[in-house]
Write a protein of this length. Sequence first.
Lengths: 484, 225
Amino acid sequence: MSSKTGNPSIRSAAWRISLWATLAFALGTMVVFNFLHRFVAVDLQRRSDAWLSGEVEVLGEVAERTPNDALYGQIVSEVAKLAGKELPDKAFSDRSADGSVFFLQTGTDGSPRLWVGAGGGERVLQAIRAGKILSGQPADLAVAGVAVPFRVVSLPVADGSSIYLGLSERDELRVMGKLRLRFFLLWLLINLLGFAIVFLTTRQMLNHVLKISEAASGIGLSDLATRVPTSRRNDEVAHLALTLNHMLERIERSMHQLHTITGSLAHDLRSPLTAIRGQLERSLSAVSADEQAEPIVSAIEELDRLTEFLNTSLDVAEAKADALRLTPSEIDLDELMVAMIDLYEPSMAEKGLHIRLRSRGPLRITADVGLVHRMLANLFDNELKHLPAACTVTIELKGQDQAALLMLSDDGPGFDPEVFPYLFERRVKGKGSHGHGLGLAFVEAVVRAHSGSVSAGNREGGGAMISVSFPVAFQPHAGLKESV
Amino acid sequence: MRLLLVEDELEIQSFLRRSLEEAGFEVDVAGDGRTAELVAIENDPDILIVDLGLPDQDGIALIHRLRQLGVSSPVLILSARRSVDDRVRGLEQGGDDYLTKPFALAELLARLRNLLRRKPVAGNEATHLQILDLELDLLRREATRSGQNLLLTPQEFILLEYLCRNAGRVVTRSMILDQVWGMRIQPDTNVVDVHIYRLRGKVDGPGQSPLIRTLRGVGYVLKDR
């Protein structure tokens, strides 16, 4: 698997991780910005409020001291205009649009006495009347027809009139807007960058994990010599690979031990069996009368059964441990089945059994010939031993996708429901069975060793059915080489 | 015929030696690989029986060594393993044979004879086999007894041909399965017996002296005398 093309599952995992990480980061930075934004906004308002309070006091003083004559309005408006030129945050202020500052003086009855600012000031007056502006306390004032609210401070003058000084919050809002825009762009950039970094790192790491899992899934059956890829980095994934390799080493060692044990067990039992069988055969050739020969003959037959049992138990044990040694070659199941039926047909006919083969021609698989022969002999022996007379055994062969299916069914009494759940276990046999109870366990062992599957059951219309599936292109790994 | 038996188990060694001597072989025995090498060079045996599990070395290694030393006689390998490993398979292709323990003596003898027969090139085989009054036409695949056609199925003909080729010698059930059906299996049912029974029904007609004899616990023999 190349890391460039990427594996869909890896990509989705990397996407998921980076998406969540980025989301968490984005939310976090958003909270931090919100806090900063509020801080800046409060600070800006404090500065404009300070300016307003200072200016309104100056204006109040001017209004008090200036005699109330024709020049009063001119003087006060000049001062008010001058004040407007000393705005806070000049750097951000946009002079071109006038009307950022207004000055209003109302008489004791609340009627306007003096207005300095853009427009006539009636709307401002209306807004002031509608709202409640406490003297000396800056407050927000929304004026109808003007988009941006004003910050207004009022001051009572000694002659009973009130003066109002208003500062548009336009500049403040513009500052905040610029700040927000810049932050947003920065935030976007950081998050995209973070996403990319997290995604790439995660993908790289997961690719390594994928390689490990691919290597690990290839290990099994009899191939334990392979190791998963390790990296030079000293991170958790590299550690995982090392741990896996250590584990594989231990498994390989115990598997080797199992081979040695079964090997020596086989050897230790076989030698005396050989000697006993040889002696029996020799004594058999020495006697002439049938009555004398009989016990010797049955002893030899028992010995052969014992040998077969020993062989099969060891095979089943090794197959259960995925340690069966295979020598695969190509087999035509159709041809083999014809030979098998040819071999078993006379015995079946003798018992009154019929046998039928349904096949659509050659069906080739790669498998260990010896084991498949013995497996089929087991299945046929089972039928031969357990079926009552006049039954029919049907064998069906067919290729399906990448598997070869072998279905063996009969119209006999079927499997004993008592042993049904344990059909493939060792030492399980039906009532009245004289076998060693390894038949189906052995069948399953052989099929498993070839990465196939086997199932057994009773047919609806009565009778047993065993279905075996072999992969067509079975590729065993190089087995363990062990010394004899 | 001079035979070298390389086997370390004394029990097996002794009964094999006696049986082989009774079968007409002149038997030398070696208990380990080193002795085997010396004896093989000195006596130049016609055939060897080598057990794979020797105390001092691996049997396969011994066979390769002997080949290097110029011993070209065929070898019958005795293995305590039921699964045949690739190295044995290689030797088998090279003209040697193997047998797993425990084995039937008859089978051991039959395999030895086969190995010895392989040695001179078995080229121009006869097209006819005749055992007493039984005649087999190997080309037309027909068998007659006392001039009467036996009407055998193709499979029965192959079985009878195998028995005739080993006439006078015991063949075991597993030998029949191996040679006639090409399967190394040990069915725990009487499949081979039924085939022989059917064949016998055709070969040994009423009133004729039976040719196919059953040796219980051992196998079958086709009488040639």
